[in-house]
Write a protein that binds this ligand. Structure first.
Ligand SMILES: [Zn+2]
Length: 381
């Protein structure tokens, strides 16, 4: 049984062996996990035991932001081969569902998402995943960056929903990891400048270091005043709400220009008041974001092209053996931490982290399977 990071129940994590269903179907690939990012949702399950209707009632493997190396491919998989470096989209819809047929598979009620009860996550040495939701990483995109594609995909979804036009002024409320990802996606999506508003100066210092991003510390300056001054009183073309904070949501109509767009990314814990007449008086278009659909390819292309650099947002990399420590650190919520990543041990990988692709991981995996008495799978490399 694989050694995995298991959330036993609220407040209790352990690194232990757990039985996982890892059968490979003809359309799946098996992946040796390399890097996994710690997400706010993983931490929330750890500290609160639930998110909305999703409650942890049985031990669950955490983690959903992953990259790794393909070690086995199903017989019907065409676009991936053993040794490919990949990242994985953690939400798997029913491909025959109405939502999937409409292309909005992220809102398929039957979607199975890693580390969302009762589905196990990827903080385990190997995962089996549909090849259709597994994406090859270009040689110049590291495993660490590959594991950042998942949170960046949410920013991408927000930028796409905003329908940004070249030269727009963007305003992002909230400088948490998703706010930062959204700001970078908005910039890459054509905004001439993006303002990021938050009360935490250390967070603003991190995102404000990117060219094209300006920061507003709302402890000193209300966002409405700052954005009015920057736009001659007109307002931002697109406002991307990533804080989930009730006062920010109430203020949204005063931040956008007439006819502008508001994208709701942040998730308030409880229902919050909305100024509907304020929205109507400027005929603002309101969009919502739930995870993402059809953005992984675009996200990887932007990273590979050098148009988006997510490396400065990786604050700390911790070995798998110290996973619990990594979660405790993430739960502290330090203002200088953006993304904490966990790296699987090199014995699993069969090679040094982040070197050029080799098939060594696959060889190592095959050898271990043979030694366990499994029949070696067909060699496709
Ligand atoms: Zn995440």
């Amino acid at each position: 049984m694989p050694l995995s990071l298991v959330l036993e129940r609220k407040g209790k994590l352990s690194l232990r062996e757990i039985d996982l269903d890892q059968d490979l179907s003809p359309t799946d690939v098996r992946i040796a996990v390399h890097t996994v990012g710690v997400c706010g949702s993983d931490v929330h399950y750890y500290t609160h035991g639930k998110i909305g209707p999703f409650v942890v009632t049985e031990p669950m493997v955490l983690g959903h932001e992953a990259s790794g190396t393909v070690v086995e491919v199903g017989s019907q998989v065409g676009h991936l081969k053993i040794g490919d470096r990949v990242c994985m989209e953690p939400g798997i819809p029913d491909p025959a569902s109405r939502a999937a047929k409409l292309g909005i598979y992220n809102v398929d009620p039957a979607v199975r998402f890693w580390a969302t009860p009762p589905v196990h996550g990827c903080l385990t040495p190997h995962v089996v995943h549909p090849a259709a939701f597994t994406y090859r990483l270009p040689d110049n995109v590291s495993f660490a960056e590959g594991a950042m594609v998942e949170p960046f995909a949410i920013g991408m979804q927000a930028a796409l929903r905003a329908r940004i036009q070249p030269g727009d002024t963007g305003l992002v409320l909230g400088a948490g990891p998703i706010g930062m990802m959204t700001a970078l996606a908005a910039l890459a999506g054509g905004c001439a400048r993006v303002f990021v508003a938050d009360p935490a100066q250390p967070k603003l210092d991190i995102i404000g270091a990117y060219p094209g991003i300006e920061t507003i510390n709302i402890r000193d300056t209300p966002a409405a005043g700052a954005i009015a001054r920057a736009t001659d009183g007109w307002g931002a073309d697109v406002v991307l709400e990533c804080s989930g904070a009730a006062p920010a949501i109430l203020e949204l109509p005063r931040l956008a220009r007439p006819g502008g767009a508001i994208v709701l990314v942040g998730m308030p814990v409880d229902p919050v008041p909305v100024d509907i007449v304020g929205l109507q008086a400027r005929e603002l278009r309101v969009e919502t974001v739930f995870r993402y659909a059809n953005v992984y390819d675009r996200a990887i292309s932007l990273i590979a092209a050098g148009k988006v650099d997510l490396k400065p947002l990786i604050s700390l990399t911790v070995p798998f053996a110290d996973s619990v420590t990594a979660f405790d650190r993430a739960a502290e919520g330090r203002e200088t931490d953006v993304k904490i990543q966990i790296e699987m041990p090199s014995e699993t990988l069969g090679r040094a982290p982040d070197t050029n692709p080799t098939a060594q991981a696959a060889e190592k995996y095959k050898a271990s399977r043979r030694s366990q008495g499994h029949r070696a799978f067909a060699d496709r490399s």
